[in-house]
Design a protein around this ligand. Structure first.
Ligand code: SF4
Ligand code: SF4
Length: 282
């Protein structure tokens, strides 16, 4: 049986804890400076996209069109979004400049956490268990390990501002690792409509907002006035709402309530349909 990525990681890299130490430094004078910001696959979380486009003052549509490769094939478990490298010979990141990363304060999670990797072991029930860490030292000409101060993993996370990314990406992890999605066989992922909805609700926030405010959405669902006010102008509140919406649509959780009269109408329609089926059988 092929080993999972996690099993490979466990085999290849020693497990570290928050107190484990390593030596590392990345700075402008280092011989390999900027060399890692090219020809690299960087998957972006919804919060990465939100932070990057906010830093660039772009609409979600413009950001996604210019800087992202969306992976939305039918049969995938969830849509994925990858940072688009430039079409030049070196396939450089669009944000790398001689001085370093042009969006450093808002660089995405994988650039932020490097050289530390994070994973969690499975419990006996198959759920995510204890989180552990590892260092991505092999197969990459990074001179950062040869110099610099000693860090604990916890100190590194604090220095790199990992906490807010971890907090904001927790709902994304919960959805993508949901047992219903993880239980799907190869090629049995979301349908095209669900893919598009997932992509819009988590990544294309301007379009999601437009959809909410120009459709009958708030007539169909009972949403508190203060939530409506917040999602009108606050992207982070809108992203939180996108997660609620996906829990409702994908997994049938009661994270959003259908308005009473709509629910009653649905029940009546259902009753009429059942009566008509019964009538046809008799
Ligand atoms: S290869 Fe390592 S040390 Fe060099 S720029 Fe990249 S992260 Fe920094
Ligand atoms: S986003 Fe910044 S840190 Fe990440 S690859 Fe691009 S230039 Fe490098």
């Amino acid at each position: 049986m092929p080993r999972s990525l996690k099993e490979e990681i466990l085999k290849e890299y020693p497990r570290l804890t928050a107190d484990s130490t390593f030596r590392f430094s990345c700075h402008k004078g280092i011989s390999c400076f900027n060399s890692c910001c090219a020809d690299v696959n960087i998957l972006l979380t919804p919060y990465d996209v939100l932070r990057m486009r906010r830093a660039l003052a772009l609409s979600s549509d413009d950001f996604l069109g210019e800087y992202v490769v969306p992976l939305l094939s039918v049969g995938q478990k969830v849509p994925l979004v990858m940072l688009k490298m430039k079409g030049n010979e070196g396939k450089t990141c669009p944000f790398v400049e001689p001085e370093g990363c042009a969006i450093y304060e808002d660089r995405p999670w994988p650039c932020r956490i490097y050289p530390v990797g994070m994973a969690s072991s499975k419990t006996e029930q198959g759920a995510d268990g204890e989180e552990f860490y590892f260092l991505m030292e092999e197969g990459f000409a990074c001179s950062g390990f040869k110099e610099g101060r000693k860090w604990t993993i916890a100190e590194w996370f604090q220095e790199q501002g990992i906490d807010i990314y971890r907090e904001k990406s927790a709902p994304y992890k919960e959805i993508t690792l949901h047992k219903r999605l993880q239980g799907l066989q190869e090629g049995q992922g979301l349908g095209p409509g669900q893919m598009q909805m997932f992509y819009m609700a988590l990544y294309d926030l301007d379009r999601f907002r437009e959809h909410l405010f120009t459709s009958r959405f708030f007539k169909l669902f009972e949403i508190a006035d203060e939530v409506i006010e917040r999602i009108k102008q606050d992207d982070e509140a809108l992203l939180d709402f996108g997660y609620r919406w996906l829990w409702f649509c994908l997994f049938g959780e009661q994270t959003i309530t259908i308005r009473g009269e709509v629910a009653d109408k649905r029940r009546q329609e259902m009753r009429r349909a059942m009566e008509s089926i019964r009538g046809q059988r008799e």
